[in-house]
Design a protein around this ligand. Structure first.
Ligand SMILES: Cc1cc2nc3c(=O)[nH]c(=O)nc-3n(C[C@H](O)[C@H](O)[C@H](O)COP(=O)(O)O)c2cc1C
Length: 174
């Protein structure tokens, strides 16, 4: 049974983008990249000050336009974020709080330095109660540590999320 899937993600330094691309390759899902119009200008130390503070305060941001029609059609939405200050980024916070995701199946993934903290709990709360979170996966610095192994892990996980979504769809249709 075919499940229409998209991968919505924000990536500041490429780790989550790599994971998102692997999910798309493994499942045929389309990619939707979130653009944070107020993201830190610096990739140096100041990124921690500016990005970390915004995330810690639970701030939202201005997002570039995204393909709402493609999102509306999707039954399964993968949502990926880097971990900032033990939570999700302002871009993903804004996406989850402002887009209508009711009735959809969701699968969350993140790239971190090893401490995801409350990232997935926050994402679940932001997405609201009337959808189904099928699974969550954290990968630690995938571009630095064993990129091949990370690619395999994320691909297998993504395929398992599609299988779960198919099983739920079948249940609803019978
Ligand atoms: C502003 C900022 C805050 C961060 N805070 C955390 C954190 O609380 N816990 C953690 O494990 N990693 C933290 N990191 C590391 C990133 O989550 C990690 O490098 C991730 O792989 C980056 O993904 P990206 O390359 O897609 O941007 C932080 C990085 C930045 C830039």
């Amino acid at each position: 049974m075919f499940v229409q899937a998209v991968v919505v993600y924000y990536s500041f330094e490429g780790n989550v983008r790599m994971l998102a691309e692997k999910i798309a390759q493994a499942t045929g899902a389309e990619l939707i990249e979130l653009l944070d119009l107020d993201e830190p200008e610096s990739k140096g130390f100041m990124k921690f000050v500016k990005g970390g503070a915004r995330a810690m305060l639970g701030q939202k941001t201005r997002l570039g336009s995204l393909d709402a029609a493609r999102l509306a059609k999707a039954e399964l939405v993968f949502v990926g974020t880097p971990v900032w200050a033990f939570t999700c980024t302002p871009a993903v916070r804004t996406f989850l709080s402002e887009q209508k995701l009711s009735g959809k199946k969701l699968a969350f993934f993140c790239a971190s330095g090893g401490s995801k903290g409350k990232t997935f709990t926050v994402m679940r709360n932001l997405a609201g109660p009337d959808n189904t979170v099928l699974g969550e996966l954290e990968l630690v610095e995938p571009l630095k540590r064993e990129p091949g192994q990370c690619a395999e892990r994320i691909s297998l996980w993504a395929a398992s999320m599609v299988e779960k979504a198919q099983a739920v769809k079948k249940e609803w249709q019978t």
